[in-house]
Design a protein around this ligand. Structure first.
Ligand SMILES: Cc1cc2nc3c(=O)[nH]c(=O)nc-3n(C[C@H](O)[C@H](O)[C@H](O)COP(=O)(O)OP(=O)(O)OC[C@H]3O[C@@H](n4cnc5c(N)ncnc54)[C@H](O)[C@@H]3O)c2cc1C
Length: 392
């Protein structure tokens, strides 16, 4: 029965839409169900590392994503208190390690739109907006999912169900998969806009991590604007964080003088680190933020979700070709044990480096970064790890 039934994908975010592209690339019929009446448009993830760029190529969207993005070929670490550029890394050092040896910044909602246009042109794919997943019934050779729509409930039969429905995943909850981990007290204050700071921080790269024990900062160049991410302390009032006075004070504190700026938007996020106990149950699987979330230091979460999508599409294709559905346990092994858990540790380390407290610890960190930047072999290793490439 499975071969002629579509794969049902819950969630039309970047991971769900790209899973649909990956399934179509395997010649598989797919239907995507997005709860909201329109695709997402908020300014969230934007960074894609070299292995993800190869996936975009395989899914036939690389040129469009590149055209809508900014290529990042330099990465810089700063000491906030002295404004010293501690270490600078040039992506030319990994020129022989990847087909696309750079990082690309393209907003995730633009990726969703590019994927949606491709799916609309395929006879194998359908995207249903305004369809909220509510229930799942699993049978030995198919699944039956129920969706709430403005016109009432709808039942759909599929070969598999894939939950790419984000951190609060209804699919994960329906599968009764625990989402173990921690939520931090710290929050991220994200400012998107233009900021007159270049003269104060000469040599600003497209990606900058600014070390500070109290208020570390991440500065990114995104298509058409800049993003500045500040640590927000647990005791800071949200209204004060959002106020123009609060924003002006933070920017002043960063460069030591009043800063002219114009905001596109401001967002405040809690930081969570969680991984589901398993990424599959029966003929259902979860991927992306539904399966794992980590702090954004390093820009790895969405990349990992897109890599889940590529693996899951291949696994479903193998089951279609006659493999036992039990091989979904291999998907959990590769994507949970070998990807999500190591990424969680790596993102935690990135955050620990940003906010190191003790003077001795900070000096040792800076020495290690200086030494890495000064030695081409170590610098290459740093970039490989930072780019989610194997580093031997
Ligand atoms: C400020 C910020 C910056 C970030 N930067 C980066 C970065 O640079 N690089 C990176 O790799 N990651 C980054 N991330 C993380 C990235 O945004 C997430 O990993 C990404 O959104 C995950 O995509 P997803 O498709 O799994 O989930 P989501 O984007 O959350 O999409 C889930 C979709 O499912 C839909 N949905 C929810 N419930 C249902 C339901 N019951 N039925 C049907 N549909 C449903 C939602 O409406 C939504 O459209 C960042 C995050 C933030 C907050």
């Amino acid at each position: 029965m499975t071969g002629d039934q579509p794969v049902l994908v819950v969630g039309g975010g970047p991971v769900g839409m790209c899973l649909a592209l990956a399934l179509v690339a395997q010649g598989r019929r797919v239907e995507v169900f997005e709860a909201e009446p329109r695709l997402q448009s908020d300014l969230r993830g934007a960074a894609y590392h070299p292995p993800t760029l190869e996936l975009f190529e395989a899914w036939g969207i690389l040129d469009e994503v590149r055209a809508a993005g900014v290529e990042v070929r330099e990465l810089c670490y700063w000491e906030r208190r002295t404004r010293e550029c501690v270490a600078r890394f040039d992506y030319r050092l990994i020129a022989d390690d990847a087909r696309f040896p750079f990082r690309l910044h393209c907003m995730q909602h633009v990726l969703c739109r590019i994927a949606a246009d491709r799916l609309a042109a395929s006879p194998l794919a359908r995207v249903h907006l305004g369809h909220r997943f509510v229930e799942l019934q699993q049978e030995p050779d198919h699944v039956v999912a129920r969706f709430a729509t403005a016109a009432g409930e709808r039942e759909v039969v599929g070969a598999f169900l894939c939950g790419a429905d984000g951190a609060h995943s209804a699919v994960r909850k329906r599968l009764e998969l625990a989402f173990e981990g921690v939520s931090h007290e710290d929050r991220f204050l994200v400012l998107n806009g233009s900021f007159d700071i270049d003269a104060d921080l000469p040599g600003l790269a497209p990606v900058n991590y600014v070390f500070d024990p109290d208020e570390w900062v991440i500065l990114l160049k995104l298509p058409g604007f800049r993003r500045i991410v500040f640590r927000a302390r647990p005791d800071e009032d949200e209204a004060a964080l959002r106020s123009p006075v609060g924003v002006a004070a933070r920017l002043h504190g960063l460069v030591g003088r009043p800063v002219a700026y114009s905001l596109i938007n401001l967002a405040i996020y809690r930081v969570h680190e969680r991984v589901a106990e398993s990424f599959h149950r029966g003929r259902a699987a979860i991927l992306g933020d539904a399966a794992h979330i980590n702090n954004p230091a390093g820009g790895m979460a969405l990349n990992a979700g897109l890599q889940d999508a590529a693996d899951l599409a291949r696994t479903i294709a193998a089951i279609d070709d006659g493999a036992d559905p039990a091989i979904l346990s291999g998907y959990t092994m590769r994507r949970r044990e070998q990807s999500a858990l190591p990424i969680l540790a790596r993102a935690g380390q990135n955050l620990a480096e940003l906010r190191a407290q003790e003077a001795r610890e900070r000096e040792a960190r800076n020495q290690a970064f200086r030494a890495a930047a000064a030695d081409p072999a170590l610098a290459r290793l740093h970039l490989l790890r930072f780019s989610m490439l194997p580093a031997f």
